[in-house]
Design a protein around this ligand. Sequence first.
Ligand SMILES: [Zn+2]
Length: 300
Amino acid sequence: MGEVLAGIDVGGTKTQAIICTPDYRILRQGSVGTPAKEGGSSMVSAAIALVERLLEDTDASLRGVGVGAAGMVDPSKGMVTVASNSFRGWAGFPVTKVIADHFGVPCAIDNDVNAFVRGEVTTGDARGRSNVLAIMLGTGVGGALWMDDALFQGETGAAGEIGHISGFGNAPCTCGGHGHLETVASGNAIARRYSEISSACVGSARDVADLARGGNAHAKLIFEEAGRAIAQAMSMEAGLLDITTFVLGGGVCRSWDLLEESVRRELSVNPPLGNRHLDIFPCADNVAAVSIGAATLLAV
Ligand SMILES: [Zn+2]
């Protein structure tokens, strides 16, 4: 196998990892459940065991480990600084130190959406593109901005956080604001809005998607509205930053069949300045993209 890198994607329910060549060709991949309630030590131990399993029976020489993690991450401290309440004992846990000490190789960490955009410009649909906005339509809505061939962080590291721009109604947002894109386009929002409109409770956005595909008018409307809001947000970013490449990931993106028509319609009715064409790439496997992006952290 020669020299390899490991990329790990630590999500709220699953931890996924890849082993890849130094030019990011995936050799092995696997996943385990994330013990999110058992604390940082258990979570990192699970990730380490996964990487060790993927390296079993190989003569590979591990060169480094990259980690993409949900939440606010301080790469210089090697840890998550703010985690959602689905995790226990995760914020502040010295992730990179424990992994680096265990394997005796360098370890780096970044936010999962930042890792996603890195992965997409390295080996995904946006490969080689210099200016890209990544939108992660998951439980919430995350974003990351790739400009002039580098991650653009902004003044406080919050550049590209498209989920928290306003103008989309006035529902309360997880961040404390109101009417943010996340309140109409996230997985949680789609499930909540269906329950509000139809007075019937659903477990998740996936359930709403199943209903929409079965012809349920309320469910279809909610995806149409989410699609329109996503298009409006993309149009704003395109107008402001002259970005024309967008990569979409996250669980809601698996319902691209329900979003695409309204996204395209909105962009044709209200196109960005100059009627620029936007390339939109829904990513079917953003897990691999996050893991590859995490592995690229070792090269920077
Ligand atoms: Zn918000």
